[in-house]
Design a protein around this ligand. Sequence first.
Ligand code: MSS
Length: 367
Amino acid sequence: GTAPKSLPSYASWKDADSMIVHSANTIETKRTAFGSSVITPTNRLFVRNNVAPPTDASMMKEPDSWTLEVSGVAKPRSFTVAELKTLGLAAVPMVLQCSGNGRAWFPHKPSGTQWTVGAAGCVVFTGVPVKALLEAVGGMSEGMVYMTSTGGEPIPQGLDPNTIRVERSVPISAIEDAILAWEINGEALPLAHGGPLRIIVPGYTGVNSIKYIKQLAFTKEQSPAKIQQTSYRWTAVGEKPSPKDESIWELPVKSWINFPSDPEQTVAAGRVQISGIAMGGMTAAKSIEVSVNGGKDWQKAEFVGPDLGKYAWREFVFSADLAAGTHELACRATNEAGDTQPEARRENNRGYINNSWRDHMVSIKVA
Ligand code: MSS
């Protein structure tokens, strides 16, 4: 095989043994490295950048002086992070999951990083609620339907900014739980995860949570940036992407087994604790089932550990007696809205939002 790539300098503090470095902009958590304590340690959390992150080291020297420009409101103005810290405080435990997590299983081999399960993590972001910010600026201007966030990457001269700018619009309903975050898992938000300041849109796919945010605008139209107009859409396989295709926004119900999941490992016959995570998407995970025969029969598994609210994932466990041989282990979650994780993925050109339980199944050797 090829030697593992090494961590890029901006993410050199990651736990190398827990990560798969696909490229300098795409770093995945190993399936065996999630642990079973609900929260994903920051040094094991995946990283995904659409364009190289800013390299200006001074940005992180005085994170409190980073500025955010707010528009599409009664009183447009800019805020430093220090000023934002005076407006309110909220902590949001939530799943951060890349739109492309699970892409590796799409049979048409979509272009993009071949993530399996590790472009996701459950973390706590802390910051100011967007609603508190809105109060401070006299509310939104009339007729606004999107919240549009712009990343702070420098745009090289001579290029059409719309082809590079990382700018995403989400429906205005997302302001309900959105925050502007400066902290993750109790530590200052590092550049790799969007420091000094990042918008967090709980329940939405990762791309909608813009890092090193420079502008927050309430708008009538979706961003004209390519990343909004034609990327991250439910485009049919083989079709040209169109702004008419549905946008990739909300996450669906999903689960997967983390232990045992290593195909290289042989599990001892007898009693085995099968464990993993389950998430509900826009509502809480309500129940979880496990199958030890490739999805023929299902049995209820138990949630374990703390319930951190509807946007977080839950740990689950299922005790099984496994005889020597090969076993196909699967799991299937149901959320509070009544949606059950489907057997089949929803096909789409770029391989987004794979929540197929069959694709996430693991084949285990027991001896
Ligand atoms: N932001 C910015 N500014 N830039 C970029 O590139 N990316 C996205 C988000 N945000 C970006 C941003 C994506 S795409 C994702 S996932 C996320 O981010 C990730 O995160 P982390 O922290 O993990 O790195 Mo897919 O849907």
